[in-house]
Write a protein that binds this ligand. Structure first.
Ligand code: 13P
Ligand code: SF4
Length: 329
C-alpha cells in the first residue's frame, strides 16, 4: 500500500476513463467472491450496483449471514466496523476511510465510558451510529428500526442510559413514556432540517405526507405523519394512498422511494440556511463508483477492529440481532 493512499484514506489511483466501471466492478466482485452492501444514503449509481441496499439494521443482518469472502461496505465507518465485528474472518473494505459519522463522533469512547461508570445501576443502550469502543461498554445496540421495541423489552422501571443521539432518545422517551438518561449527541445532517422550511413546502403540497427520520429535532418530528428509519419511511410511502411526500432525511433515500413508487412524488425537505434543495451527508457521499472499483481491485482500505474491543462489542450487537429476529424485524 502506498504512503499516499494511507495519507488520503483511499486508493488514489487514476481510473481509466475508457473502462466500463460497472462491468469491471461486477467482474471483480465475482472473481473475488465479494458482496457489495450499500446504505440508502449512497449515490444513485452505488445503490444501483450494490448487491443489497438497506438501512443500518438490514446491513448488519446481511453482513452476519453472507458467505462472501469480502464485504465492501458502501456506507460509513461504523457500518464497516459492525460488519467486521460480526465477521472477524472476512475482509471488510470501505471505499473511503474518511467516511465517518458526526453522530458517532459526538460520543468519544473515553467520555462515554466515564458517563456509564458514573451510573452503575443503569442499562446501557447505544444507537448503532457509534464506534466499536462505545459498543464495547454497551448492553444492547439499537437502530432506528428497532429502538422502540428494544427499549420496551426492558421493564418499565429499568434505569437506562441511551446514547448518543439525543433526538432519537427524546423521541423514544416520548413514545414509550420512559425517562432514559440521554447522551448529548446529534447528527449534523438531520439537525439541519427546519420547521419553517417544511411548513413552506406544506403550503405548496397541502396533501403531502411528511416523512421524518427520528434523528431530526423534536419540533420537526412533531410535523410528521410518520417518524421512522430509512427502511420504515420507505415502507410507509409504499403502503400509503398519498401522492406527495415531503422527506426529511438524507436525500439518498429518494432514489429507492422513486424506484419503488414511480407514480408518487417525493420532495426532499431542504436544510435550513441553505439554497440547496436537498440535504446530503458529506460522509456518505465520499464513496464514489471510482473508489468502489479501486477498493475492490486493490482490496484496500480495510476496516479493522481491535480484537479485544471486538470481543466486547459483539455481545450488544448480537443481542440486537437476536431480539430483532424474534420480533421479525
Ligand atoms: P437508518 O438506520 O435509518 O438507515 O439510519 C442510518 C443513519 O445513519 C441515519 O442518519
Ligand atoms: Fe452519521 Fe448523520 Fe451521516 Fe447518518 S446522516 S451517517 S447519522 S452524519
Amino acid at each position: 500500500m502506498k504512503e499516499e493512499w494511507l495519507k488520503k484514506g483511499f486508493v488514489d489511483e487514476p481510473v481509466d476513463k475508457a473502462l466500463d466501471l460497472k462491468a469491471e466492478i461486477d467482474r471483480l466482485r465475482k472473481e473475488k467472491n465479494a458482496v457489495i452492501l450499500g446504505h440508502f444514503y449512497q449515490s444513485d449509481e452505488i445503490q444501483e450496483i450494490a448487491d443489497f441496499i438497506g438501512d443500518s439494521l438490514a446491513l448488519a443482518q446481511w453482513a452476519a449471514k453472507t458467505d462472501a469472502d469480502i464485504i465492501v461496505m458502501c456506507g460509513v465507518h461504523f457500518m464497516g466496523e459492525t460488519a467486521k465485528i460480526l465477521c472477524p474472518d472476512k475482509k471488510v473494505l470501505i471505499p473511503d476511510l474518511n467516511a465517518g459519522c458526526s453522530l458517532a463522533d459526538s460520543c468519544p469512547a473515553d467520555k462515554f465510558a466515564e458517563f456509564v461508570k458514573a451510573h452503575p445501576d443503569h442499562t446501557v443502550i447505544s444507537y448503532v451510529n457509534t464506534s466499536a469502543a462505545v459498543k464495547a461498554v454497551t448492553d444492547v445496540v439499537v437502530t432506528s428500526t428497532n429502538a422502540k421495541q428494544i427499549v420496551e423489552s426492558f421493564p418499565e422501571d429499568e434505569k437506562i442510559i441511551f446514547g448518543p443521539d439525543k433526538n432519537l432518545g427524546n423521541y423514544i422517551n416520548s413514545i414509550t413514556g420512559r425517562n432514559m438518561l440521554l447522551w448529548d449527541g446529534a447528527c449534523h445532517v438531520h439537525e439541519k432540517f427546519s420547521v419553517e422550511k417544511i411548513i413552506e413546502l406544506k403550503k405548496q403540497y397541502p396533501d403531502a405526507a411528511v416523512l421524518v427520520h427520528p434523528e431530526c429535532k423534536g419540533a420537526v418530528a412533531k410535523l410528521a405523519d410518520k417518524v421512522a428509519s430509512t427502511a420504515g419511511l420507505l415502507k410507509y410511502a409504499m403502503a400509503s394512498d398519498k401522492k406527495d411526500f415531503i422527506v426529511a432525511t438524507e436525500s439518498g433515500i429518494l432514489y429507492e422511494m422513486r424506484k419503488k413508487c414511480p407514480e408518487k412524488n417525493f420532495i426532499p425537505a431542504p436544510p435550513e440556511d441553505s439554497t440547496c434543495a436537498c440535504n446530503e451527508c458529506n460522509f456518505m457521499r465520499l464513496n464514489t463508483l471510482e473508489k468502489l472499483y479501486n477498493t475492490l481491485k486493490y482490496e484496500w482500505p480495510e476496516v479493522n477492529v481491535d480484537p479485544e474491543v471486538a470481543e466486547k462489542a459483539i455481545r450488544p450487537i448480537q443481542k440486537m440481532l437476536d431480539i430483532s429476529a424474534k420480533l421479525n424485524l
